[in-house]
Design a binder for this molecule. Structure first.
Ligand code: NAP
Length: 315
């Protein structure tokens, strides 16, 4: 980095590994815009980069408050919280952390799928609650050899499909366009895919283009024996429609890592026994979070060294 330490705004809590790397190289303003508006107003003209997380927001208003902003680096592959169009209009590049989290998110997707079908969390509660002493737990749903539908066959979707093959699952998918190099059956939309599978796993980006993609019609198509797994973004699933479908038995169950208004989870979902809930932990292992932190930092470092960015978001 240059002799003069660049000033950087960190807009959300970040792991110590990343914060330590940042503090070693730049002057960090940790959530100054939220914690001390007057100090932020004074520092804003000098801020040259923003560090964000996959869940945090970098709206056009914040970008407009930073006249010296040169780049935005996101700790996460999803960047739907960043107003990329507003950044691009000023020629400000945005980077993210694709690839390094594929394994973890795919592992969790399969873990959630099996948890929903085999009712592992419910079985754990059954043992802890002494219910086993009164009799056996009801039988569950077989996973091996079943039909899997993946909504979004990108980096993570393909990692999910690879794992599903080890379970002899029949894999199909939907996306806006088919991937000719993949051996899986393509369906033109989510409803057609849902009608053809037992388990529907959602792993598209969030944002306006996918908002409510999984709606009442798709859940109806998935049917009373079908399970929904969402590891994408809460916005991709119409959450009220999902709650209604679960309550009515329109689908058999769901496993959710992401929600419409995190960390708030609707009471209806908390109360349901056929739902498995996790707190947005798709990439949540120490190993992967450190790899994401390194890539987030390396993009920042590359920018200030005048080198090409490692992983800019696609144009
Ligand atoms: P990616 O490689 O860009 O793949 C995205 C896939 O979604 C592509 O197959 C894309 O295909 C498809 N897609 C995009 N827009 C669509 C639409 N409107 N309708 C249907 N399909 C659409 O991204 P990735 O690295 O796999 O990551 C996917 C997403 O996972 C991230 O953006 C993030 O939101 C989420 N994620 C969640 C966690 C977690 O903690 N739960 C962790 C990491 C990532 P087409 O372009 O052909 O449509």
């Amino acid at each position: 980095m240059s002799v003069e330490r660049p000033e950087v705004l960190v807009v959300a809590p970040v792991m110590p590994f990343l914060m330590d790397a940042l503090r070693g190289a730049v002057t960090v303003h940790d959530r100054l815009h939220l914690n001390d508006p007057a100090a932020f107003a004074a520092a804003a003209p000098r801020i040259r980069a923003v560090v964000a997380t996959g869940e945090s927001k970098v709206p056009a208003k914040l970008i407009a408050q930073l006249p010296a902003l040169e780049m935005i680096t996101v700790f996460g592959v999803g960047y739907d919280g960043v107003d990329v169009a507003a950044a691009r209009a000023r020629g400000i590049p945005v980077t993210h952390t694709p690839g390094v989290l594929n394994d973890d998110v795919a592992d969790l997707a399969l873990g959630l799928l099996i948890s929903a079908a085999r009712r592992i969390p419910q079985a754990d509660r059954f043992v802890r609650g002494g219910e086993w002493l009164k009799g056996p737990i009801p039988v569950a749903r077989k996973v091996a050899g079943s039909r899997l539908g993946v909504v979004g066959m990108g980096r993570i979707g393909q990692a999910i499909a690879q794992r599903a093959l080890a379970f002899r699952m029949d894999v199909a998918y939907t996306a806006r366009s088919p991937r000719e190099n993949l051996p899986y059956t393509y369906h033109p939309d989510a409803a057609a895919l849902a009608a053809a599978v037992d388990f529907l796993v959602v792993i598209t980006p969030g944002g306006a283009a996918t908002r409510g993609l999984i709606d009442a019609k798709v859940l109806q198509a998935l049917g009373p024996q079908g399970y929904l797994v969402n590891v994408a973004r809460g916005s991709v699933v119409d959450q009220p429609a999902l709650i209604a479908a679960l309550q009515a038995g329109t689908i058999a169950g769901a496993a959710l890592d992401v929600f419409a208004d995190e960390p708030n989870v609707p009471a209806e979902l908390l109360a349901m026994d056929n739902v498995v809930l996790t707190p947005h932990i798709g990439s949540g292992t120490r190993q992967t979070r450190e790899a994401m932190a390194q890539l987030t930092f390396d993009n920042l470092r590359a920018h200030f060294a005048g080198e090409p960015l490692l992983t800019p978001v696609p144009a």
